[in-house]
Design a protein around this ligand. Structure first.
Ligand SMILES: [Zn+2]
Length: 378
């Protein structure tokens, strides 16, 4: 893919173009940014730009022999290294899946990848065999291009084995470039980090996420806007939310609030049973939505203005709720939802978790308002 095919990230693209134009390519470049910001997409675009045989000033041509191969992720001078599962396994064993995955979605996150290779609950690794394989591959001559490039996705998953690569990163064979793509600086071996030129990639802006969803025809204008507010600059999450056309988190949330407020045990258990079947990813989106709603609800209550980021139907509901939920209750509900998000992330049993959360929610909603409590104390 070309650099232009990555959404937003104008500053990073400019910097990469300058490095190439001024022949200041470092041995090792680390693109560091949050999930769903487009780092891997930038790395793929930059690798193609470096190898393009007919470069323009701003981007690869997209048509030369090198571009055609890079576009299909089969250029013999672009090597990939990424987390896998199992011992004695090299990344190359998963190349067919990898090519499909980055073609379908270069904004994917580690869990998407692990799920794809059937490793849901296992930790992905870039292991000793893979490190040895990298050393072997990069000691070969370039096949066709001006450079040999190794794109390593998520060097956070290199254990201590990564130290085997230090010498190679520090003094690579001629015309060899490492492009590392990482999310969490603290989890990268310091010895590796200190040998890289770090380029920070920021989260996408809401408008950029919205534009990307419209461009990919994943949502209409109103949903794209609403989703972009929820996605926190993560296009991967935004795409997932957009593809769940059937689910309507807004009405689901109101139903939950209503049932939790009434507190009928039988009804709550029924709701939780139904909800626990929608799948972990959807539950995560739901909680993210609920947190967004509560944030906007609080703003609405504070300012009493309609410039909050809610769709018209949600705004109406929120306005009705302002009489029911007080400030101290909002805080407690947000805390409860945050805890809930934490436990889903750690694979809690959804039935137990959501029933418990509903009961807690009932306690918060049924609590007497602070003004009333004050009177009781007096
Ligand atoms: Zn080209």
């Amino acid at each position: 893919m070309t650099l232009a095919q990555t959404y937003g990230q104008a500053e990073v693209k400019d910097l990469l173009r300058r490095l190439l134009a001024q022949e200041r390519l470092p041995h090792a470049l680390l693109l560091l940014g949050p999930a769903g910001s487009g780092k891997l997409s930038l790395a793929l675009g930059f690798a193609q730009f470096i190898l393009c045989e007919n470069k323009a000033a701003l981007d690869a041509c997209g048509q030369c022999n090198a571009c055609l191969k890079a576009r299909k992720h089969i250029h013999p001078d672009i090597h990939f290294s990424f987390p896998t599962v199992g011992t004695n396994v090299k990344s190359d064993a998963f190349l067919p899946q990898w090519r499909t995955a980055i073609e379908d979605n270069p904004y994917m996150e580690i869990n998407d990848w692990l799920q794809l290779i059937g490793a849901d609950n296992k930790q992905g690794n870039i292991n000793k065999e893979e490190c040895l394989n990298i050393i072997r591959k990069l000691s070969l001559k370039t096949f066709e291009g001006s450079h040999k490039i190794l794109v390593m996705w998520l060097p956070e998953h290199l254990g201590k084995e990564g130290n085997r690569l230090l010498k190679l990163i520090e003094e690579p064979p001629p015309q060899t470039i490492f492009i590392l793509v990482a999310e969490n600086q603290e989890l990268i071996l310091n010895t590796i980090l200190s040998r890289c030129q770090v380029v920070k990639v920021r989260p996408l802006q809401d408008e950029e996420v919205e534009e990307a969803l419209l461009d990919k025809q994943l949502a209409d204008k109103e949903s794209a806007q609403a989703i972009s507010h929820l996605a926190d600059g993560n296009l991967n999450q935004a795409q997932k939310m957009a593809s769940e056309k059937e689910s309507d988190n807004a009405s689901l949330f109101l139903e939950w609030m209503r049932k939790s407020y009434i507190g009928n045990g039988v009804e709550l258990v029924k709701w939780v049973d139904k909800f626990s079947k929608i799948g972990r990813e959807n539950q995560k989106h739901f909680i993210r939505y609920a947190l967004h709603f509560m944030r906007e609800y609080m703003l609405l209550k504070m300012s009493n203005q309609a410039d909050v980021r809610l769709r018209s139907v949600e705004l109406k509901t929120a306005q009705n709720l302002t009489k029911v939920i007080a400030f101290d209750q909002i805080e407690d509900i947000v805390q409860l939802l945050n805890d809930c998000a934490y436990y889903i992330e750690r694979n809690a049993n959804p039935k137990v978790l959501f029933l418990d959360t509903s009961i807690q929610l009932n306690k918060i909603l049924k609590r007497k308002k602070p003004e009333v409590r004050t009177q009781v104390v007096q």
